[in-house]
Ligand binder design. Structure first.
Ligand code: XMP
Length: 318
């Protein structure tokens, strides 16, 4: 019968037999489960000849880049963190259409990733965290995992550098990937992470994106996610996050009138992201999140909760 230990042993042997003794391997890391597990597996097989590239697109969650990079380094991975936020913001400037924003983010990712990949001498392979549901194409175009879609998008790279593709997780389901990750010592913080879209906060800021809006949303989202964890609700929802709406509303603070931004909280239960119900979070909890966001995040004076199911509403607002 399948066990994660057996899988790790045989996958490591297979990788060692496939990848030549001097071959270098490139892998894009996202902080998600799939790319992280693929990295650990490859690291066990070929050590520092695995070159992880982790791009900060400026659209990650609060503190995410630093925290995850540290976790990777703590695991002994050979990983390069690339701070490319200004490049992404420049590419996004003035764009409001969700699909145009997605395209700009995807294109910039390829440019940044390509550039970093060219720096790896002796690169022969591009590793990907593709898992079985991606292989059988049962996921929607807007797939749940950042890594898979972005990596498939690393268009010209394999040809330009004549890289061969290696996908060590391509026969695994998500729960098996998690078991393998646990066996390889992936910290729970990454192992049990909610899905997060490749375009990140870029599709949670409705309308155009500015560094100031990213900062506001990161702080509001940070309050929400941290409180979900503190109240042991994080593992009971499938995905959660805050959306920054392109409206301002009137409020009062002390004896001052305010005219500030609105944040919508989204939390869903789901099996695969294809359908979803809004999470019936306790009113007391929602009250605490709302108060904390409004008290701590200057520039936000109103918080609403999204009570729409998918379909017809999608999980992301864009
Ligand atoms: P929707 O909004 O379509 O989301 O209900 C379903 C799942 O897909 C994620 N999602 C994306 N993931 N690139 C991604 O890598 C995208 O452009 C994208 N759009 C949505 C979403 O976070 C949810 O998990």
């Amino acid at each position: 019968s399948w066990t994660s230990e057996h899988f790790v042993d045989s996958a490591v042997l297979a990788l060692q037999n496939t990848i030549g003794p001097d071959d270098q391997v490139i892998l894009g890391l996202s902080g998600g489960v799939d790319s992280s597990v693929a990295a650990l597996l490859l690291h066990r097989a070929i050590g520092p000849r695995l070159h992880g590239i982790f791009v900060d697109n400026g659209l990650l969650r609060q503190d995410e880049f630093a925290t995850v990079l540290k976790a990777y380094e703590g695991l002994g991975l050979n990983v390069t963190g690339v701070n490319a936020a200004p490049e992404f913001y420049a590419a996004l400037e003035g764009l409001t259409d969700p699909e145009l924003k997605r395209k700009a983010i995807g294109r910039t990712f390829i440019e940044v990733f390509d550039r970093e990949a060219q720096k790896v001498q002796g690169a022969r392979w591009l590793a990907q965290g593709t898992i079985y549901p991606d292989v059988i194409e049962s996921v929607s175009v807007k797939g749940p995992a950042v890594t898979i879609k972005s990596h498939h998008n690393v268009g010209g790279l394999p040809e330009k550098m004549s890289l061969k593709i290696v996908e060590p997780l391509r026969m695994l389901f998500k729960d098996e990937v998690r078991e393998v990750g646990a066996t390889l010592g992936l910290p729970g913080e990454i192992l049990n992470r909610h899905p997060f879209p490749g375009p990140g906060l870029g599709i949670r800021i409705l309308g155009d994106i500015t560094p100031e809006k990213v900062d506001l949303l990161q702080r509001a989202d940070g309050v929400f996610i941290n409180l979900l964890k503190q109240h042991n609700l994080y593992e009971h929802v499938w995905q959660a996050g805050a959306m920054l709406l392109p409206v301002q509303s009137v409020g009062v603070m002390g004896d001052e009138r305010t005219y500030e931004r609105v944040v919508a909280l989204r939390a869903v239960t789901s099996v695969d992201g294809m359908t979803a119900d809004w999470a019936h979070l306790p009113y007391e909890f929602l009250a605490e999140v709302s108060n904390k966001i409004i008290n701590q995040v200057r520039g936000i004076n109103r918080v609403v909760y999204d009570i729409s199911s998918k379909p017809p509403a999608t999980i992301e607002w864009e």
